[in-house]
Design a binder for this molecule. Structure first.
Ligand code: ADP
Length: 250
């Protein structure tokens, strides 16, 4: 391959799935032909009952797994054409992840937790720490740089996780039930941060089973039995999300 991450095409889509199927060992068909395109700058909720294929979809979009058939293009890269090493590079550069569990390293300061997330981008140490401090500032934790996870509230820990996910300015942020472990006030804080990131141009996909969060997102993609059964559509992201969540996040 000539280009380090070959197969790049410029285009409006950060995520492009065409006819994606995923069959797990044992024959479970988790995705049964999914077409989904997410444009730059959208804030989309992926919703659906347990077992509908949301996590599988997130894993494929996050390039943590490959489809059984169909094509997955992320930030213009055809995942099928990339080696595992190239996929790691793509993840480090183009994707940020936030999970329900915060996945912070214990005993390590907030600053280092975020800075270490940039290790695989090849950024020099000093620049990593500067970017980490700026990202923590962005999530309102500029005064907590030296705190370790056990010295932070759940909401603060999730904000550190968001800072880690966006410190490298990835074009796409994937969040899997990001408020699932938080009390409602902390959940609203995290959503406010996501709203701010969306306003500054980050594309965000949130997996959620929370109807209030889904309603708050400008776009909703509804899944059932491995298929997209309803989609408010690309471009519906033009409506900015309301500043304050109507119901409290659960
Ligand atoms: P959701 O996130 O909507 O709950 P999942 O993507 O986790 O849905 O699961 C979709 C289907 O795929 C379910 O039937 C689930 O049991 C199955 N599944 C998920 N992961 C695996 C796996 N690693 N091996 C086998 N089956 C799996």
């Amino acid at each position: 391959m000539n280009a380090p991450l070959g197969g790049v095409t410029a285009g409006p889509y950060v995520v492009e799935l065409r006819g994606v199927r995923k069959v797990y060992g044992g024959g479970v068909e988790a995705l049964r032909g999914v077409d989904l395109a997410v444009e730059r700058g959208e804030l989309a909720a992926i919703v659906g009952p347990s077992g509908s294929g949301k996590s599988t979809l997130l894993h494929l979009v996050g390039t943590l797994d490959r489809p059984t058939s169909g094509t997955v293009r992320i930030a213009g890269h055809d995942v099928d054409g990339l080696s595992d090493r190239e996929l790691s590079a793509l993840r480090a550069r183009d994707l940020g992840f936030v999970f329900q569990q915060f996945h912070l390293a214990p005993g390590v300061s907030a600053l280092d937790n975020v800075a270490d997330g940039l290790l695989y981008t090849g950024t020099p140490r000093r620049a990593r720490r500067e970017r980490a401090a700026a990202a923590l500032e962005r999530v309102g934790l500029g005064h907590r740089l030296d705190h370790r996870p056990n010295q932070l509230s759940g909401g603060e820990q999730q904000r550190v996780a968001v800072a880690r996910a966006v410190a490298g300015d990835p074009p796409l942020l994937l969040a899997d039930e990001p408020t699932g472990n938080l009390d409602s006030a902390s959940g609203v804080e995290v959503l406010e941060i996501l709203r701010g990131l969306h306003a500054s141009g980050t594309t965000i996909a949130i997996i959620t089973h929370d109807a209030d969060i889904a309603e708050w997102c400008p776009r909703r993609v509804r899944m059932r039995d491995g298929r997209v059964v309803d989609d408010s559509g690309t471009g519906s992201g033009a409506r900015p999300p309301a500043p304050i969540l109507k119901g409290a996040a659960r």
